[in-house]
Design a protein around this ligand. Structure first.
Ligand SMILES: Nc1ncnc2c1ncn2[C@@H]1O[C@H](COP(=O)(O)OP(=O)(O)OP(=O)(O)O)[C@@H](O)[C@H]1O
Length: 264
């Protein structure tokens, strides 16, 4: 490729929030993900689906900096971050939620969110009380509202329902100035009512904040995503709109047709 062509390509791709090119991660002889290429636009809502062991979590870990890929490149908002540690990616607006809760059980909802706001504003998890007029208090209130927890704002995390705790985790991921959030199975273990709440919360996130959601619950994934990446055996198997993925005969055969594949 000529330098001019490479420049043009760079100009096109630098508009993406996330770009993976040929990303492979080996564990010994096992390729957990293999030659994964995908591009996520700013503000896009992408679902990554696939049966157990398809490579979804490994993909997340490569994007967040938990794992260094064996080969391939990862660009975040146009910048090559392949070798960057996790905190450098967080500085660039990347966040993630985990399947395991990282909340402070002995603190209130409001305090958890306030500390997350403080944490990304230099005082990492400082336990100082908020001062009056602190703008982060107002910001924390907004985030509590965005995840539908205003009525529970004074309650201790340990007193919240499981679904409320998951909602709070989304508020923590929204602290600071996120531009892309990786959501690791946020609907796992939720009741139907809590799932509906989650769908509403994700649907109402500010348009400039994109997310990638790993989800075993197809209903949630296909309702919140505008585009779907289907993985199989560590590779990208299919990409399309939720409707295209749902109607694809190969996807149906591989994944949707067999309910046992849809639950991890
Ligand atoms: N740290 C590791 N060491 C060795 N093998 C691993 C490691 N992490 C993942 N694997 C393997 O890589 C493959 C992909 O795993 P991964 O957890 O990424 O899949 P997944 O799609 O997230 O699955 P699930 O839906 O069950 O969470 C699996 O075969 C898994 O056993």
């Amino acid at each position: 490729m000529s330098a001019a062509a490479a420049d043009r390509l760079g100009a096109v791709t630098s508009g993406s929030a996330l770009e993976l090119r040929g990303v492979t991660k080996m564990f010994g002889a096992l390729a957990a993900i293999s030659d994964v290429t995908m591009t996520v636009a700013p503000g896009e809502r992408r679902a990554v689906l696939g049966s157990n062991g398809a490579g979804k979590t490994t993909l997340f870990n490569c994007v967040t900096g938990g794992f260094l890929p064996t080969s391939g490149t990862i660009r975040l908002f146009g910048e090559d971050v392949t070798g960057f540690p996790a905190h450098e990616r967080i500085r660039r607006g990347l966040r993630r939620t985990y399947q395991i809760s990282l909340l402070f059980g002995g603190l209130s909802v409001a305090d958890n969110v306030y500390l997350a706001c403080r944490g990304v504003n230099r005082y990492r998890f400082s336990l100082l009380r908020p001062r009056s007029g602190d703008p982060l208090v107002a910001r924390a209130e907004e985030l509590v509202e965005a995840v539908h927890l205003t009525a529970a704002r004074k309650r201790l995390v340990s007193e919240l329902s499981y679904g409320q705790q998951r909602q709070l985790e989304i508020a923590l991921a929204l602290a600071g100035a996120p531009r892309l959030i990786l959501l690791d199975e946020p609907a796992a273990g939720l009741s139907p009512t809590e799932r509906a709440e989650l769908i509403a919360i994700l649907g109402n996130l500010p348009a400039h904040i994109g997310f990638i959601i790993i989800e075993h619950d197809m209903d949630v994934a296909l309702r919140v995503a505008t585009k779907v990446t289907m993985m199989h055996n560590g590779r990208v198997f299919k990409e399309g709109t939720p409707a295209e993925i749902e109607e694809d005969p190969q996807v149906q055969e591989l994944y949707l047709g067999d309910g046992t594949h849809a639950h991890g």
